[in-house]
Design a protein around this ligand. Structure first.
Ligand code: CA
Length: 524
């Protein structure tokens, strides 16, 4: 009788002597620590929930994480929020604003003080400010500290910048500057007072002859201007598209005038529109200009253009029609290609490690549901394919594999354009999940691997061996000190990486820093 054989462990139970938690697929995973989970939340958000957990439940889970961390070290929480938001590491700023609101309302004295100072750093536009006001509402009223935090936003801006912000972003989610200014006790300079009187009451009397407020003056003129005079206003005063009447936006000349002053994000959002009205055509000046902008790494960094937004833009632009509405266009090749290369440029620069890298993509059913950061059509599965391509583009020795409960052959290579990869991944069949499969496959086939990179939600099935255990077995049998990087694709609390094993690491999918962190870890 071989009693030992009955002591084999599958994921149906936690590893002996280890603290593990049941995931939603009936297996046991490790728990990511709260600080890593904060990063996951700040980068990936909880919009749309996951395959297993609703948006509401996932948001509440992440809010409890923030609350726990505020008790541990509130100042560090604020610093983390500022860093991720300022570096443009997240596709959306919403989770950062939400977490900052929690710091403002629930932090200790030091955390609240830091959070107040951080408001202008994290709320960089009027829209952000309105979102912050919305989030604050969820955690209590407008006490003196909250008022001071919002006053700080208006005080931090120069009159020119304030004028631009109030003209460009007038209201959102039921908040306007008027609503906020009613809550606070701002004591503005005379110059700012004139700007705010316009924002609150539409009064234009104090604006004349003032250099700082000329954008508002131009905005007022643009409301009734037509043809050449409208174009002159746009050109002379750099009016943003929010300040141009919608009726005028069918005119290619209007867009041509706006283009030089448009940020990359605004350009990327309006590519379909500019193509449909004929401004963007093959080899046109506008197309060349936009391709140059998209190729400008500095500009992408400065504009905090996130690769996920570029991926969404590429997918939409290449398909030739919007997801909603009737807008349709014939995509201009050069622009589609420029979006594709901009995607890679928007990540922090990565040096190749020349390690043998297995890019193992979890293509199971749970990876096909919900969208990353609520981004239309970008499931964790598609997102992980794009992330894997970033590493494949710098690592000369790599191999792609797909897995669910079985091995799936993947026909992808770094030369492929992202929209083709996305379409390909949309058609792959899916099933259950066995996250130990990449290591088992490499062991059975004697494939030498230095770095296993597994893109997954760590919701892994019950009937297989633990992935961490499988990696240890692989190291032993192959005599390679292989490492495992888990790229978390949803903001849940699970990981297959053993936190006690220095050769395993958790990173966050679609953090712009992830490919560089991954390479540093692989390199030691
Ligand atoms: Ca799964």
């Amino acid at each position: 009788m071989n009693y030992g054989k009955h002591m084999d462990q599958t994921q149906r139970e936690p590893l002996r002597g280890r603290k593990m938690v049941a995931n939603n697929q009936g297996g046991y995973s490790f728990e990511v620590n709260d600080w890593s989970r904060l990063t996951r939340f700040l980068v990936l958000g909880s919009e749309g929930g996951t395959f297993y957990v609703s948006e509401r439940e996932l948001t509440r889970q992440n809010a409890s994480v923030v609350e726990r961390l505020l008790k541990e070290d509130g100042v560090r929480v604020v610093n983390e929020i500022v860093e991720i938001s300022q570096d443009g590491r997240a596709p959306k700023n919403d989770a950062a604003l939400f977490a900052l609101a929690m710091c403002l309302k629930l932090g200790d004295v030091d955390a609240r003080r830091c959070a107040r100072a951080a408001v202008p750093l994290v709320a960089r536009t009027g829209t952000h400010l309105f979102d912050l006001a919305n989030a604050v509402k969820a955690f209590g009223g407008w006490g003196r500290g909250t008022q001071a935090a919002f006053e700080g936003w208006y005080n931090a801006l120069t009159p020119e910048k304030l004028a631009y912000q109030v003209a460009k972003y007038q209201q959102r989610n039921g908040w306007s500057h008027r609503d906020i200014l009613r809550k606070v006790h701002l004591q503005p300079t005379a110059e700012k007072q004139a700007i705010l009187r316009w924002a609150v009451k539409g009064e234009t009397s104090g604006l004349a002859g003032n250099d700082a407020t000329k954008v508002i003056w131009a905005f007022e003129q643009a409301k009734t201007a037509k043809g050449k005079s409208l174009i002159r206003l746009i050109t002379d005063f750099g009016l943003p598209h929010e300040c141009v009447p919608n009726e005028a936006k069918g005119d290619p000349a209007v867009w041509e005038a706006m283009l030089p002053n448009m940020g990359v994000t605004a350009i990327v959002r309006n590519l379909g529109k500019m193509t449909s009205i004929g401004l963007l055509a093959p080899m046109s000046n506008a197309a060349t200009f936009i391709q140059q902008r998209l190729n400008d790494e500095e500009l992408l960094k400065k504009g905090k253009v996130h690769p996920l937004n570029l991926l969404v833009a590429l997918k939409t632009y290449a398909q030739g029609h919007g997801d909603k509405g009737k807008l349709a266009w014939q995509p201009v090749q050069g622009v589609t290609n420029a979006l594709d290369s901009a995607f890679y440029k928007a990540f922090k620069a990565v040096e190749p490690t020349n390690k043998r890298t297995l890019l193992a993509l979890d293509v199971s059913g749970s990876m096909t549901c919900s969208n990353i950061s609520g981004m239309s059509g970008i499931t964790p599965r598609l997102g992980s394919a794009a992330m894997a391509l970033v590493t494949a583009n710098v690592e000369p020795v790599h191999h792609f594999m797909g897995f669910s409960h079985t091995f799936i052959k993947l026909d992808v290579n770094p030369k492929m354009r992202l929209d083709a990869v996305v379409n390909y991944f949309d058609r792959i069949p899916f099933g259950g999940t066995d996250c130990s499969l990449p290591m088992r496959w490499a062991q059975q086939n004697k494939v030498p691997v230095d770095t296993f990179v597994v893109y997954t939600d760590s919701e892994t099935g019950a009937t297989y061996q633990h992935p961490a255990q499988q990696l240890k077995e692989y190291r032993q049998k192959m005599g390679i000190g292989a490492k495992l990087v888990v790229v978390g694709m949803t903001a849940n609390g699970f990981t297959i990486a053993d936190p006690n094993d220095a050769g395993m690491l958790d990173v966050v999918g679609f953090d712009t820093a992830t490919p560089a962190v991954l390479a540093d870890f692989a390199r030691d």
